[in-house]
Design a protein around this ligand. Structure first.
Ligand SMILES: [Zn+2]
Length: 237
């Protein structure tokens, strides 16, 4: 039984190493996903900014056309002024001309405002484009690093798995089954030391009689609280 416990402890150490590697890799993948989502956000912002600019440009062109039409009407009226018969007609054309000029002044202001908005949006696009380019470059580097790590991890894992196989085959089938079942249920930890009468899996005290049995190392003993397999370890260990 002593040998079985020793093999199980080695197996547990190997399995913890494997799950640590698995977790690290999953964390890197999650980080990459997060960064990719952030980059997509910036790209969406770029599209929206371009759309806003297109709308503003369209409106600006409309205003420019209105301005030109009004200019033509103003010139027509000025020509008409030469041939008016009555003062009333004269005043009326004068007023229309003034109104047209006033409207055009407003159109000019609106066009200037639109130009300013377009300039601001263009500056935002330049900023977002810069962020996207930098993010993309960094992301590519990070993905390469993660892929390299994954390659190393796979090689390391293959090596560890071979060692694991030989360790596992040294343990009796029924004990291995028990170990695997506990590991699945107990967060990857199936065999734990007991120091100072305390199970290091759940940190509960174990009964003195059980502790005495544990010292003998002649059978597999589980913690009454967390059901993990226990082995005795001195405080120094
Ligand atoms: Zn326990």
């Amino acid at each position: 039984m002593k040998a079985n416990i020793s093999h199980l402890r080695e197996l547990q150490a190997i399995d913890l190493k494997i799950s640590k590697l698995d977790k690290e890799l999953a964390a890197s993948d999650a980080e990459i996903d997060k960064r990719r989502a952030s980059l997509d956000g910036h790209k969406d912002a770029l599209v929206q900014l371009s759309e806003k600019i297109a709308v503003n440009e369209q409106r600006r062109r409309e205003i420019e056309a209105e301005l030109e039409d009004e200019e033509v009407r103003i010139k027509d009226r000025q020509a008409k002024l030469m041939n008016v018969q009555t003062n009333r007609e004269y005043q009326s054309i004068l007023k229309e001309t003034e109104d047209g000029k006033k409207a055009n002044k407003q159109r000019e202001d609106a066009a200037v405002q639109l130009m300013e908005q377009i300039e601001a949006l263009t500056a935002q696009i330049a900023e977002e484009t810069k962020i996207c380019e930098e993010d993309e470059k960094m992301l590519a580097e990070d993905i390469a690093a993660v892929e390299k790590k994954a390659g190393q991890f796979t090689a390391e894992k293959n090596k560890i798995m071979k060692t694991r196989e030989s360790k596992a085959s040294a343990v009796s089938a029924s004990i291995l089954k028990k170990y695997t079942a506990i590991r699945d249920k107990r967060n990857g930890l199936a065999i734990v030391p007991v120091t100072g009468g305390v199970c290091r899996g759940c940190f509960m005290n174990i009964p003195p009689q059980l502790y005495n049995d544990l010292m003998k190392e002649d059978k597999l003993i589980s913690c009454p609280t967390c059901h993990r397999i226990m082995f005795h370890e001195t405080e120094e260990e």
